[in-house]
Design a protein around this ligand. Sequence first.
Ligand code: MLT
Length: 245
Amino acid sequence: MPDINYIDVFFSLQAFQEEELRGKSAVIIDVLRASSSITTAIHNGAKKVIPVADMSDAMKIATTMDNKDYLLCGEKDGSKIEGYHLGNSPAEYTRDAVRNKTLIFNTTNGTKAIKKASLANEVYVGTFLNQQSILNALKEHDDEVVLICSGWQGRLSIEDTLFAGSLLHSISGGHLPDSAKDGAKVAFGLFEKYGHDLEGAISKSDHAKRLAELVPNGDITFCCKVNEFDVLPGMRDGILKDLNG
Ligand code: MLT
């Protein structure tokens, strides 16, 4: 387990420079909804997920592949991108849709955060759905760990911060020492306040409000489920695969 004093929390993908992650490991968090969709897709048999930072990268990768092998996936400002096969609702990532496919994944904040973390020792994608897998993986770490909340265009998101707080709560056994980092204290404190009713807190979040007119109601409820899937999306050569698989 990493020393609790060496676990930091960054509250948006704009809060760090790539170089800062050298020698550390990272958990990328985008509860609503990139982490949740990627985790669901991998659980349902997607062969690999290639996170990209923008549409042009997605198209470049797609042109190198056979049409039947890949799906273009993701959203811009919450809505499916025109011409893409799938949007960013976890409900779309069924076994029928994704089994044995390579997903080229492009989202507003989440996949940008994953790409930006590529210099880290290990990069995991985490959310409430695969919380225990993330905790199990972190037990093997003695390097510094950064919990990277993707946020929304540079701003803090309560749902990502709550998941960081939930991890810290488990790792510290519910007692965070005063010596912990500032970011850890903020995330832990938020979880202490709202952790008893994740869905209640997250359904009132800024991003849930943003998504309200755009996505099925069920997305928020689904993304608040804890320990649904035993998968560990982790980066290998720029590609996310199930490291538990
Ligand atoms: C993102 O990457 O910003 C989110 O996953 C957006 C969304 O909810 O679709």
